[in-house]
Design a binder for this molecule. Structure first.
Ligand SMILES: [Zn+2]
Length: 93
């Protein structure tokens, strides 16, 4: 039972960490401080780990890596599509 609590807590933290970045990026088309190279690699790593999660039939791992894969794809796409774009808040910093 405690292992399920850790799985839920870890999954929720993972999602909570990505949501503000992704929503800001989509809403403002702002790619301030985002490395296309780093997110491309994280996307590839997430795809590999997602495949591994399916191979070992681990539901939590599939869920977390599936979400990570989608989030890193979105961030990579927006960074590629809007390179150097800054929202008014990040334009001044
Ligand atoms: Zn911004």
């Amino acid at each position: 039972m405690i292992d399920a609590a850790f799985a839920v807590a870890g999954s929720l933290l993972m999602i909570a960490a990505y949501v503000p970045q992704v929503t800001h990026m989509i809403k403002e088309r702002c790619t301030a401080g985002i490395s296309l190279f780093a997110y491309s690699l994280w996307s590839l790593a997430a795809a590999i780990l997602f495949t591994h999660a399916f191979m070992i039939h681990d539901a939590v791992f599939i869920l977390v890596q599936g979400f990570t894969l989608i989030a890193t794809w979105i961030i990579t796409f927006y960074t590629w599509r809007h390179p150097g774009n800054r929202c008014p808040i990040h334009r001044t910093s």
